[in-house]
Design a protein. Structure first.
Length: 271
């Protein structure tokens, strides 16, 4: 198939799936639609969704949000086929697409993580009791429990209505931290919708690379520049940040070439 035929199929898919309001349902519908395509068309669609999302196309941003739902591809696709597509993308160094298709391994349940930040009294409290404490509406206790490196405790803490966005930022910015704690934040529907939470995951060297690569698309120009200049982040993440920065800067210049002042242009000027 030529690219024009691919584009027709892609446009039809966009129109159909963008009408689905529920993000999880849209995610599974997208994966199920892609499953029926040839491998080359799957890669074309994923690449196009990501690139057009970068350029601010609303329907593509909607579908890219759907791609953030963990576990979708591994549930919908045959594992042999999914592994073959991932290996092909890895060999061509398209790691940003690998990050979309690959899920982080399931969280273990039995291990007891190292607790360098938890105070001595809480460190001696059994796991079940700490999970119970994480649900209590006590601000001082929340601050202490937030230092826990067990993702099972943090999962309960993230549901605590007294937890603030700043608390979650502090949990996510702890270095070094358990990657499972980062995964727990990433998979929480309330907190991952906040830009500050996306950024703190990308900026933390302890974050799983696949998650940071997925979230990189959301970063604004200033934060992309900060990522590029960071000496502690993986080189593949920095290279992709440089590429996205170039594309977003080019898109910004196109807006500014229009001599007519617009509200959009004024917003972009102060990005």
């Amino acid at each position: 198939m030529d690219s024009s035929h691919y584009d027709l199929i892609f446009r039809d898919m966009i129109v159909t799936l963008s009408r689905i309001s529920d993000a999880r349902q849209r995610s599974f519908s997208l994966a199920d639609r892609l499953r029926r395509f040839e491998d080359d068309l799957i890669v074309y669609c994923l690449r196009t969704i990501r690139e057009r999302s970068l350029m601010g196309e609303p329907d593509c941003q909607l579908l890219y949000n759907s791609l953030m739902v963990s576990g979708t591809f591994s549930e919908v696709f045959d594992q042999v086929r999914l592994s073959a597509i991932v290996e092909s993308l890895q060999s061509s160094q398209e790691y940003e697409l690998v990050a979309i298709l690959m899920d982080v391994p399931p969280e273990g349940q039995d291990e007891s993580p190292f607790q360098p930040y938890l105070d001595v009294r809480l460190r001696e409290v059994p796991l079940g009791m700490r999970k119970s404490l994480a649900r209590k509406p006590d601000f001082k206790l929340i601050k202490r429990i937030a230092r826990d490196q067990d993702h099972r405790v943090i999962r309960h803490l993230l549901d605590n209505p007294r937890l603030t966005e700043m608390d979650v930022v502090q949990i996510g910015s702890t270095r070094p931290t358990s990657p499972k704690v980062i995964e727990t934040i990433y998979n929480h529907p309330r907190w991952i919708n906040r830009y500050s939470i996306k950024k703190v995951i990308v900026m933390n060297p302890s974050s799983p690379l696949a998650m940071s690569m997925r979230l990189l698309t959301y970063m604004n120009l200033q934060d992309l520049q900060e990522i590029v200049e960071s000496p502690n982040l993986p080189s593949v993440l920095v290279r992709e940040a440089i590429r996205i920065l170039g594309k977003k800067n080019a898109n910004l210049c196109e807006y500014r070439l229009d001599p007519r002042p617009t509200e959009t242009e004024e917003i972009l000027e102060y990005d």
